[in-house]
Design a protein around this ligand. Sequence first.
Ligand code: HPA
Ligand code: ZN
Length: 345
Amino acid sequence: MGESRESLEHDVLIALPKAELHAHIEGTLEPALMFEMARRNGVDLPYPDEASVRRAYNFEDLQSFLDVYYAACKVLVTDDDFYDLTLEYLRRAATQGVRHAEIFFDPQTHTDRGVEFATVVNGITSALVEGERQLGVTSRLILCFLRHLSAEAAMETLETALPHRDAIIAVGLDSSEKDNPPVKFRDVYDRARAEGFLAVAHAGEEGPPEYIWQALELLEVQRIDHGLKCTDDEGLVDRLVSEQIPLTVCPFSNVKLRVVPELRQHNVAQMLRRGLCVTINSDDPSYFGGYVGDNYVGTARALDLSRDEMFRVARNSFSASFLPEADKQRHLRAVDDYAAKIGAS
Ligand code: HPA
Ligand code: ZN
């Protein structure tokens, strides 16, 4: 493929209308904003400058990333910090074709340091409203429980969230997967669903297919976050295909956290061709080398995915979203119109 052909494909995939369904708002904190917040809040960072922060983004596995990510979260203190963080993410996402974003936040990372739950939610929510006004990007918020902490702590977090339920569409589960199976949070999810929340969970990122089964059967999730280990269990793949359970795959993340050795060996092409409802997302874009459009471009190139396959990924992102049916249909028509205009590769 020549230089100009590559840059054409780049532009086609960046502008492709898409939804992002797997982005942790704390993982969108760019080093420049991190330093600005550290300065204005008087927080000491363990790095002298932005370049040394970036050098620290060399991870062995999920845990080595989480250690850096949680440390950086200490600069987030005020409503304005959460507002600025969220609006900056939406601005970047909008330049990469994002029309709708379903964003994770980790309240326990903040409340355990004395930041009020209301500060976190109000700051994020104000930015989501402003982002829709300025950029036309719609959004939803997903509250994630930290799975390395106890089920009791998750239940307390859920109770703290109840007065803010209108701001939150679903609950999720993130942080260290190994030895923290979904079953640990069964009661919390039962309660969350009874309170009217939808449910998702990270499963099968580093953990085994069994954790995906548990997320489906015990937590009754609508989507699986990551889920790439499903291909180790043919019976599980059959179930995910027949029910079209969406998987929010994050290819750059999987390479940076060494879940897969390199992008060319990622199983997302195999997953798509097997009929799974695959979406492509950024996870923690500031840490993993790109936003969602960059993930589309890098993945399509590395695995030689066709335009039609990438149009399907974009369609999946809207049909897997928690938008009302009429909005889904409007976005799906926008993808179809775009595909008709651009044509197949
Ligand atoms: N996995 C689990 N927890 C996380 C991640 C992830 O990729 N990113 C932020 N928290
Ligand atoms: Zn994630």
